[in-house]
Design a protein around this ligand. Structure first.
Ligand SMILES: [Zn+2]
Length: 261
């Protein structure tokens, strides 16, 4: 079982979570460093947990206005310095939620393209974050051929799923597949050979008791953990009428292939 995308580096007890994941028999955890400030800590966790914790080094589109041109270049240099130690470039991508100005969208597109070029240069797969920007993101991606493309926490339409599958992308389902209507429908249409599982933890808690307040509303918690992908595997297996262990087996193999681990 490999959690293909999480942010447990943000937890104070990250090492404890990693130890627990090992105890539960997981085969690996991929941590996404989504901001230049996060890379150092994520790398330390990977170095302290060799062959179990891996790092994707990226730049979340929501951060594009927090750094100037020069700082982005410096960050790319920094990643270049650890290119043999990282598993992928990402998360990178486009996120138009809450973005109303054209200038920010253009900057997101430019930085996305810059990191795609860089990933190809250093021969790494890319982990892509897309929210409310699917058509633009698919168009930019069509110009680049990185080693592999993983669409993280997939939330596109059925048509966008079809296009992504035709291009051979890996489609990663997060633990929200356990409690939404949309994601299970998309998972059913995704062949196992293209599928990855992730938690995006500590967010997207699948357990209802932990996710809902006393009024029954979903609340944001930091309680999700990498091994909860087992619950996603059970849901998807039920829908696809197969065994959860086969979903886990296939998605683990896919993660190894995608990240070259
Ligand atoms: Zn993420």
């Amino acid at each position: 079982m490999i959690d293909s995308h999480c942010h447990i580096d943000l937890l104070d007890n990250a090492q404890e979570v990693i130890d627990e994941a090992r105890k539960k028999g997981m085969a690996g955890i991929i941590i996404s460093a989504a901001d230049p400030n996060e890379l150092g800590n994520a790398m330390s966790l990977a170095n302290a947990n060799k062959d179990f914790v891996y790092v994707c080094a990226g730049f979340h589109p929501h951060h594009v206005n927090d750094y100037d041109e020069e700082e982005v270049e410096e960050y790319i240099e920094q990643i270049n310095g650890v290119k043999y130690e990282i598993a992928a470039i990402g998360e990178i991508g486009l996120d138009y939620s809450g973005v109303n100005d054209e200038e920010t969208k253009q900057r997101q597109k430019a930085i996305f393209a810059k990191f795609l070029k860089f990933a190809i240069e250093i021969q790494k797969p890319v982990v892509v974050h897309i929210r409310d920007a699917f058509d633009d993101a698919l168009e930019i991606l069509s110009n680049y051929k990185p080693r592999h493309v993983m669409l993280h926490c997939f939330s596109g339409s059925e048509m966008q799923l079809k296009i992504s599958l035709e291009r051979g992308y890996f489609i990663s389902f997060a633990t929200n597949v356990c409690y939404t209507k949309k994601h299970p429908r998309l998972a059913v249409q995704t062949p196992l050979k293209n599928m990855l599982l992730e938690t995006d933890s500590p967010w997207l808690e699948p357990n209802e008791k932990l996710r809902k307040n006393s009024d029954g509303d979903n609340i944001k918690t930091l309680t999700n953990r990498p091994w909860n992908i087992e619950q996603s595997a059970e849901i998807i297996a039920g829908l696809k009428k197969m065994l959860a262990k086969d979903v886990i087996g296939a998605t683990t193999d896919n993660a190894k292939r995608c990240f070259g681990i």
